[in-house]
Design a protein around this ligand. Structure first.
Ligand code: NAD
Ligand code: ZN
Ligand code: ZN
Length: 345
């Protein structure tokens, strides 16, 4: 093993990433060093590169929080992972482990957490370091490209669907059929839910139908709310908003059934109008949902290992990461774009 690696680095917001030759990071006593095989490109990475969220990433940084590969080295205190184990590095890089939220099984809410590819270097690189206690475990003989998106898109939408509290046989609307939404449809079907998929791109609606959505509707159709209310018999029990678009948030409230729950996952910067009468009189619950815990990730991974959920992927190379990000920004990606970085053998 040489002691340098290639990494795609954000030096300034809204500028092309720079491919740099860097020293391979050293794992600390409780860390593993992961040799990256594949790394998914999440829309969050676009927000990070653009620096458009209220709390900005620390420059310079390596984006990417859907990195999967093999453990290449481990710190001396790591006992539950060994070289050659297939793992993935999620958004939740680490949390404090002892606060109210960590103790309550909600480590995703820890105020001392670090986030991969945001304030800790991430997976757009040949190697990435992460604490062993927070890396996701992959099944044996993994299809790395297909599993990379489970590390964020998978766990986030699986958790977000659970947070709608919709039960088998009930209806959910999934707004946004991109990297997140297209796996959300599959989780929802596997969870026994009826699915209305909503997007503004015709190719996404076609993908939604292929993946088992009971209905796929154009969000910009002036009749879309009426259609959802009619087809679901009064509105969806759960609404999962993955669209990085503010109008989708207002529309989600209109899709909801009385007593329904709207789970907000998309993160366009901004605010949306919340009609008080509609929320109060329909007794709606509007809640945010942020990625998922380690247990959520293990459960989300199990669906993929069982073949119940499989990400649709387009692959790109680390060298062409800027083109990959540009095509995601232009809305040209059906499914998830995954960077192929290392050889699996
Ligand atoms: P993506 O670009 O792959 O997909 C977005 C989809 O939304 C596209 O298919 C697009 O056509 C569709 N869309 C755009 N406007 C719409 C509208 N008005 N109505 C319906 N659909 C619309 O993005 P992604 O990787 O799936 O990420 C989506 C959002 O989720 C981003 O804001 C990202 O930062 C956020 N995110 C949040 C979490 C979390 O834990 N809360 C985790 C991951 C990503
Ligand atoms: Zn993500
Ligand atoms: Zn904590």
């Amino acid at each position: 093993m040489t002691n340098t690696m290639r990494a795609a680095v954000v030096r300034q917001f809204n500028q092309p990433l720079v491919i740099e030759e860097r020293a391979i990071p050293e794992p600390g006593p409780r860390d593993v060093l992961v040799r990256v095989i594949a790394s998914g490109v999440c829309h969050t990475d676009l927000h990070a590169v653009q620096g458009d969220w209220p709390v900005k990433p620390t420059l310079p940084f390596v984006p990417g929080h859907e990195a999967v590969g093999y453990v290449a080295a481990r710190g001396r205190e790591v006992t539950d992972l060994k070289e050659g184990d297939p793992v993935g590095v999620p958004w939740l890089h680490d949390a404090c482990g002892h606060c109210e939220h960590c103790g309550g099984g909600w480590e995703t809410l820890c105020e001392s957490q670090h986030n991969t590819g945001y304030n800790v270097d991430g997976g757009y690189a040949e190697y990435v370091v992460a604490p062993a206690a927070y890396v996701g475990r992959l099944p044996d003989r993994p299809d790395f490209v297909a599993l990379a998106p489970i590390l964020c898109a998978g766990v986030t939408t699986y958790k977000g669907l659970k947070e709608t509290e919709a039960k088998p046989g009930e209806w959910v609307v999934i707004s946004g059929v991109g990297g997140l939404g297209h796996v959300a449809i599959q989780y929802a079907k596997a969870m026994g839910l009826h699915v209305v998929a909503v997007d503004i791109a015709e190719s996404r609606l076609a993908l939604a139908r292929e993946l088992g959505a009971d209905l796929a509707l154009d969000a910009s159709d002036p009749d879309v709310v009426r259609t959802v209310l009619r087809e679901t018999g009064g509105g969806a029990h759960g609404v999962l908003v993955t669209a990085p678009s503010v109008p989708a948030f207002r529309q989600a409230i209109a899709f909801a059934r009385r007593r329904g729950t709207i789970s907000l996952v998309g993160l366009p910067p901004g605010e949306f109008p919340t009609p008080i009468f509609e929320v109060v009189l329909k007794r709606l619950t509007i809640r945010g949902s942020i990625v998922g815990t380690r247990n959520d990730l293990a459960e989300a991974m199990a669906f993929a290992a069982d073949g119940k959920v499989r990400a649709r992927t387009m692959t790109g190379s680390l060298e062409r990461v800027n083109e990959a990000l540009a095509s995601l920004a232009a809305g040209e990606v059906d499914g998830r774009l995954v960077l192929s970085i290392g050889s699996p053998d």
